[in-house]
Ligand binder design. Sequence first.
Ligand code: HEC
Length: 145
Amino acid sequence: MNNKIHMRALLTAGFLAISGLALAHGDIVPQAVETKGLPPLGEEWAEENPYRAPSEHHDLAVEIGSSAYNQNCARCHGLEAISGGIAPDLRELEASHDGDEWFKERVINGAVRDGAVYMPRMADTLSQEALWAIRTYIESEAAKQ
Ligand code: HEC
């Protein structure tokens, strides 16, 4: 094979492999979320969504949660929290203590079945503040139904 062509073929193959990896990788790794303005909650998980109305931080939480949701959850749970069927519709989770319990369980532990990761452990990367902000955003979308 002509050397120049060989080189190009190698470069192309390398590029495809790298971009393929980057795509696969980008699919799973949660994106850090800036939560400035929301009060820090500490290490211990809150019992209930601390930003639920009438919290004075409700509106900011919805705003932060909206973009955080779109970056980290929408590809599986659907744009604007409307499920496309790949993963459960999160608007169905009641805005109550029980709903909060289940939300925490899933974002902390993820979902693994037969060794396959259906949902990554989001709380490994996203802060408690970011996750409650996402929860607050989902609740505001649910209220629009
Ligand atoms: C890679 C896909 C994927 C991503 C990304 C993802 N999830 Fe999930 N999630 C799932 C699947 C699949 C299930 C259902 C798991 C099961 O039933 O075993 C699920 C279940 C849940 C549940 C339980 C819902 C119920 O009705 O039982 C909650 C809460 C949840 N996810 C929240 C989130 C949040 C919040 C984010 C973003 C921070 C997120 N998920 C990101 C795939 C994903």
